[in-house]
Design a protein around this ligand. Sequence first.
Ligand code: SF4
Length: 450
Amino acid sequence: MALKGADIMKKLPKTNCKDCGLATCFAFAMKLATGGIKIEACPHLSPEARNELDASMAPPIKRVTIGTGQKALELGEEEVMFRHEKTFFHQTGIAILISDKENESEIETRLNTIKSFRFERIGQELEINLLALSFESGKRDRFEALVKRVYETTDFGLILIADDTDVLLSAVTLCADRKPLAYPITKENVDTLIPKLKELGVVAGVKGKNLDEIAEITADLKAAGIEESLLDPCSDNILQAIGDQTFIRRAALKKGFRPLGYPTITFPCSMYSDPLKETLAAAALITKYAGIVVLSQVDTNFLLPLLVHRFNIYSDPRRPMTVEEKIYEISNPGEDAPILISTNYALDFFIVSAAIEETGMPAYLCIKDTEGLGVMAAWTSGKFNGESIADFLNTHNIQDRVKHRKLIIPGVARKLKDELEEELPGWEIIFGPLEGSDIPKFLSEEWKVS
Ligand code: SF4
């Protein structure tokens, strides 16, 4: 749990020397409590005070990184039980399981599908994050060949799953510089694995029969200097899984219980064989705190809704998604191109711009800053009225780019017509369609410059 300024103040030298750049130790304490300055900024802390502050100010859920480079996946550092209290920070990683029991062509097809999987929503790319490679064949050579192949032909972060400790160790060694997750680290194998995990700097996937056992293992790992772990409480079904995930999150955030202060890994792929049930379980676990969900299949019909769900859960409720206020030129518009106007609510922008692009017709899309409000909310709050729209268009000299004087406004903003005609004398105000999806038909049938 975060320390308050007054608690921090007790550990400071209280000399007000200003070496931290602040006027007093009290100012430093207050800024440190809100994350505005680093502990290192005060050079006069005793080692004991520094260690105490470091320990008490560490996030209640440890930050863990799997993978390297652009595909590195960061997990943890969550601060709230409920998204609306602040926001969730590090989105659940989606991992696809590949078993070494699959034949060559199945693996090839699966890898190609995963590599080519791309989906964009509101300007954000939604993607699969990790590959979970599972030792099921009983043949060590076969598993090692799979690990090598995936390591050499993809840049995904890797989860290496092998109950055989020797096989797990050799697989981890093959791709250690990719910083994989080694799973499972259990009560039985933890002592054997600790030296190698520490030497290679990989992430420990801790599996326990219950939460007490998990806490014992993470305590052992931490005592050995292994800081990055993920927790698997071995939940059999979705109800139990949600209970376990909630308990872990609550123990870390509300009780400050460090041995459970790590992100989690979950396996909807082994809870259900029906792909729909598996997807629904994954969706529930994305909502309720899973660090990673491991899926058995890579079917677009199931993955797309899951990725959109994750996107929604992990968008920041404090900040509407917005785009920059400006005039967007679509397909090199000329002086006959239509002018459309809308708000900077990101969803509206991407719907309207995609619809215009679909027509192939060059156009000017004028996006007015409404602080992320949609058309009607912006109108009622005075951020999208005749005066502000006219100011925006005049400031950007839209009249110099076209030879006509026609402005297409959103169909839902009919009340704007009179205001705009008053503010933009000589302009014809045209109602666009009510739905963005009708823009192509509207433009092809209605747009004429006479
Ligand atoms: S450097 Fe340390 S001792 Fe000096 S004012 Fe800042 S907090 Fe206080």
